[in-house]
Design a protein around this ligand. Structure first.
Ligand SMILES: C[S@@+](CC[C@H](N)C(=O)[O-])C[C@H]1O[C@@H](n2cnc3c(N)ncnc32)[C@H](O)[C@@H]1O
Length: 323
């Protein structure tokens, strides 16, 4: 096994035994739902970099797989929606992390009368070789783990998530990304990589890797400032900005003309007719916004019309629109 994967295990063994509040952290608030109390220890062990629990993904009593459990907070949040024995499968390679989250679920039981520890099926398992049957999962999730993986392993982990998802199933995830160049010494620093600081890749590359394993639809749901690596503290000449993204990749069939990637672009027709119809399934009503994927935005823009406005990407797409 590559040594950086061993270093990663060591880092999270430490983080399981001695919770490290600053290890990762989110700028967005921790989701709270009516009747859901999150134990303090779970909040202290929030080692994610975004929030991937969205009610809209969790209709029809889904079976959820969560890889890289941390303190268990998001597994509790997912259980809030599934509320069935084994409704959320939690996998981790670090025994101490599995043990810590098991203990945290006992605390959660005391605070949440609706919750039973057996709603979460905790198992030892590796993101690179999931001990899960093909096409058995509705929602697969990971938060701040895949960015640690080097390119070949990242592809392998995405392929594994794709394999276990049912058709039209969803992979929800959050990871740091960065458009800035990093030196080899930062990239190869196993501890910084394990701490989710030096594995980030540019967003477009991250999206390309997701679509390369077969996901036909990708939604960029959020993008936020996350960390900086400055020359005073890290081996870099220039400031490096890291952002965290929240992404949903859907196991839709791959369209013949390529994936639908939603980055928050909107098209608005402002001509003199009631509507504009591109004859490819997209109807723009006069002065009404339509969320469009980047492919559709590009195709409409290529028409060169002066009566259609197409916005820049907001990187805050939350559903609806074309495709
Ligand atoms: C950055 S933490 C994120 C924890 C959790 N997702 C959260 O948001 O708080 C990474 C997690 O992945 C686990 N992990 C590390 N390598 C793994 C692997 N190869 N397969 C599965 N889990 C792994 C760690 O033990 C840790 O629980």
């Amino acid at each position: 096994m590559d040594n950086y994967l061993e270093t990663t295990k060591d880092v999270y063994k430490e983080a399981a035994l001695t919770p490290d509040v600053g290890l990762c952290c989110t700028t967005n608030p921790i989701w709270r739902f009516p009747g859901l109390e999150i134990p303090t220890i779970m909040q202290e062990m929030n080692y994610g970099c975004g929030s991937i629990v969205n009610a809209g993904d969790l209709v029809n009593n889904p079976t959820v797989l969560y890889v890289g459990v941390g303190g268990g907070m998001e597994l509790l949040q997912f259980s809030y929606f599934s509320r069935k024995k084994g409704g959320v499968i939690g996998l981790d390679v670090v025994d101490e992390m599995l043990e810590a989250s098991r203990k945290n679920f006992k605390e959660a039981e005391e605070l949440n009368p609706w919750f039973k520890s057996d709603f979460v099926d905790l198992r030892k398992g590796d993101a690179l070789n999931l001990p899960i049957e093909d096409e058995s999962i509705d929602v697969a999730a990971q938060n701040c783990l895949f960015n640690i993986f080097k390119e070949d392993d990242l592809i392998k982990s995405l392929q594994e998530m794709y394999r276990v998802l049912k058709p039209h199933g969803r992979l929800v995830m959050s990871d740091p990304v960065s458009e800035d160049e990093m030196s080899d010494s930062l990239r190869n620093d196993e501890r910084l990589r394990a701490l989710c600081l030096s594995g980030s890749i540019p967003l477009q590359k991250y999206i390309d890797m997701i679509t390369s394993v077969g996901f036909g639809t990708v939604e960029i749901r959020a993008k936020r400032p996350y960390r900086v690596l400055d020359p005073g503290h890290y081996d870099t000449d220039k400031m490096i900005h890291i952002e965290s993204v929240e992404v949903c990749a859907i196991k839709d069939p791959m369209p013949e003309d390529g994936p639908c990637v939603f980055t928050g672009k909107t098209a608005i027709y402002y001509g003199n007719e009631d509507l504009f119809d591109d004859k490819k399934g997209h109807t723009l009503l006069q002065n009404q916004p339509l969320a469009v994927c980047d492919k559709t935005a590009g195709a409409i823009s290529d028409l060169g019309r002066e009566d259609i406005y197409i916005s820049e990407s907001t990187f805050h797409y939350d559903g609806g629109g074309c495709c």
